[in-house]
Design a protein. Structure first.
Length: 295
């Protein structure tokens, strides 16, 4: 069927009217969602249907959010998706302190995706249960008492040491050759956690409290890798033991050099955002075994 020029014009006119009606409807919905008459935080103007998706374009989400924060302030609103859901982004230590210290209970709530509800996980997972739910408190208590308690961590010390020795042995076998550091550490961490909790390795390796004066336990809001408040990562005590242990073992057993004589000043440290912030170009280095005569 051939579409005439008049038909094309009518199609575009219909799309324009629908988009305008959607925009006006979503605008009224956002105003109703602002609470008791108080305005929502400032933010970039959303487009119909796609919201602020174009404002977040680019390889690194954190760069896009920083750019928007410079224009709209440390607390800003974004609209994501056709549902018009408003997301508030905080981009400064002061704003994070306000959010976690004064509004922790409210911010601990989670929006459960429909896919999670369909799988039946929402009512039995510590991740998705509301922090006010007695089951969430019970699960959190089980983790604190039996998984990451000082006694449990002490009993798993032997398993952690075996995993670190396995990592060192793997790197000794590749001494003098180029190694992708992140891949080796990831495999070692999988084995360390699985051997601590399940007494089994998942990967075949051969196929401090403060840094720079900043506390990482959720009290210094310039650096909160484990989060803060009710939703703080319960694995923090395990990380406190594992990270220094692994780092000390790698520095004690090896000297590290960049491959092909590349100077440190030329190392590509650009980042790439996935579920975490990682190096865009994976770090590769050459481990050199330290002999007793060098100690």
């Amino acid at each position: 069927m051939k579409i005439t020029e008049r038909g094309v014009w009518l199609l575009w006119a219909t799309l324009a009217v629908v988009s305008l009606l959607y925009y006006l409807t979503s605008l009224g919905r956002r105003r109703r969602c602002s609470g008791s008459g108080r305005p929502l935080p400032p933010g970039p103007r959303p487009l119909p249907i796609i919201g602020n998706a174009l404002d977040l374009r680019g390889a690194n989400l954190q760069h896009a959010l920083a750019r928007l924060a410079r224009a709209h302030g440390d607390v800003m609103r974004l609209q994501l998706g056709p549902s018009g859901a408003a997301v508030v982004v905080v981009s400064s230590p002061a704003a994070a302190r306000e959010a976690f210290a004064r509004h922790d209970r409210r911010h601990a709530a989670r929006v459960v995706p429909d896919a999670v509800r369909a799988l039946g996980w929402a009512d039995r997972s510590m991740i998705w249960l509301p922090s006010s739910d007695p089951r969430w408190k019970a699960l959190r208590g089980v983790v604190a008492a039996h998984v990451v308690s000082p006694r449990s961590l002490a009993s798993a010390r032997g398993a952690r040491e075996r995993a670190v020795r396995g990592l060192v042995a793997h790197l000794r076998g590749r001494a003098g050759r180029e190694v992708e550091v992140g891949r080796a550490l990831y495999a070692a961490m999988l084995n360390l956690v699985s051997s601590s909790f399940f007494s089994v390795d998942l990967v075949d390796m051969d196929s401090g409290a403060e840094a720079a004066g900043v506390d990482f336990k959720g009290k210094d809001y310039e650096f909160i890798p484990f989060g803060s408040g009710r939703r703080q990562c319960p694995g923090l005590p395990l990380a406190e033991l594992v990270v220094p242990h692994v780092l000390a073992a790698l520095l004690h057993a090896f000297e590290w050099r960049l491959p092909d004589g590349v100077p440190a000043e030329q190392l590509d440290v650009s980042e790439r955002f996935t579920t975490a912030n990682v190096m865009a170009v994976p770090l590769k280095a050459v481990p050199i075994v330290i002999t007793k005569s060098q100690v």
